[in-house]
Design a binder for this molecule. Structure first.
Ligand code: TRP
Length: 329
């Protein structure tokens, strides 16, 4: 059992899960369950660092859990729970905060981006990467499947694991990022130079996993392209078309050159219809699984997950407490 590595990742529960989340991360999470001790967490404490509505939050947290289950996170094979229900995350995050130089956090581009876009610079947002490090370290995870945008945060985790080990003795593995080979980057349909994002106010910028077929089709048909109607992959000159090729390749698992062979000269209308159909085919089983899931079952899965996660985290956390001198004589 000891040779099986532990994988940990987290998803924020605000905003609906979209195609970029799925192709960039979630699909990979599902696959990793086959070969690793997988732990997945709805990171509801992280999502509180930006403006959110507490009245909606109960539903949003639940929905996020349900969508992940529909995508194939299997509670029989992985540990799946809400971050806030396992208090060891926050406790470890405090210990790590005492090891974190302000300068390290001052360099975080995501903090700068979020505050420049009008968010308040609250302490929680500033300390976000420290809590993320605690999420990973509280389970002694070695591998962290994340999108490219989380590289900098993962560097902080690695740094904090090393600082802890140097200061208090070797306790934590120094985790590594696991960036998926396929389709790690899906761009906005309305602006293919920006990442597809939950926070884009324009709903046409992204396909949600639970969008009905006609909505999927409409959004993809309206995707921004260009006026030179050949289908080829060229991020510089044809970002919109390249993005659609990436999406279709992600959905069909066919290599991009094959798709270019098939659709190169057939016009954008035909190509977009094919992309929409491929995406719809991929989403169909997710929508069906979502519809099958019952609210009470989802709640029970999350309750059991939290219990198991708490027991596992507490085992490790006892060692961390002892290492830093938080133990009774
Ligand atoms: N910061 C991650 C994101 O926005 C979410 C996250 C929180 C996470 N804790 C984590 C990802 C731990 C991986 C591991 O996508």
């Amino acid at each position: 059992m000891d040779h099986i590595k532990t994988v940990f990742s987290g998803l924020q529960p605000t905003g609906n899960v979209h195609l970029g989340n799925y192709l960039g991360a979630l699909r990979n999470w599902v696959k990793l369950q086959d070969d690793y001790r997988a732990i997945y967490c709805v990171v509801d404490l992280h999502a509180m660092t930006i403006d959110y509505d507490p009245a909606d939050y109960v539903r949003e947290r639940h929905e996020a859990a349900r969508v992940l289950l529909a995508c194939g996170i299997d509670p029989k094979r992985s540990l799946f729970y809400f971050q806030s229900e396992v208090p060891q995350h926050v406790e470890l995050s405090w210990i790590l905060a005492t090891l974190t130089p302000m300068g390290v956090l001052n360099r975080m581009t995501q903090f700068k981006d979020k505050t420049e876009r009008g968010g308040t610079a609250n302490l929680g947002l500033f300390a976000y990467p420290v809590l993320m490090a605690a999420d990973i370290m509280v389970h002694h995870a070695q591998l962290v499947p994340v999108g490219d945008d989380q590289r900098q945060h993962l560097e902080v985790t690695r740094d904090l694991a090393e600082r802890f080990n140097n200061r208090y003795g070797d306790l934590f593995p120094v985790p590594e990022a696991l960036i998926p080979e396929t389709s790690a980057r899906v761009m906005a349909l309305t602006d293919p130079t920006a990442k597809m994002s939950k926070s884009d106010p324009n709903m046409r910028s992204r396909v949600l996993l639970l969008d009905p077929p006609d909505v999927v089709r409409r959004k993809i048909r309206a995707a921004v392209t260009d006026s030179e109607p050949t289908v080829r992959h060229d991020w510089g000159d044809k970002p919109g078309v390249s993005n659609l090729l990436e999406i279709m390749s992600g959905a069909t698992l066919r290599p991009i050159p094959d798709l270019v062979d098939d659709y190169g000269d057939g016009g954008y209308g035909r190509f977009k219809d094919a992309v929409a159909e491929a995406v719809d085919e991929m989403l169909h089983p997710i929508r069906a699984a979502y519809a099958e899931l019952d609210e009470i079952d989802v709640a029970a899965v999350m309750r059991d997950g939290a219990e198991t996660a708490k027991a596992s985290a507490e085992g490790f956390q006892r060692q961390a407490r002892a290492a830093v001198g938080l133990a009774n004589r």
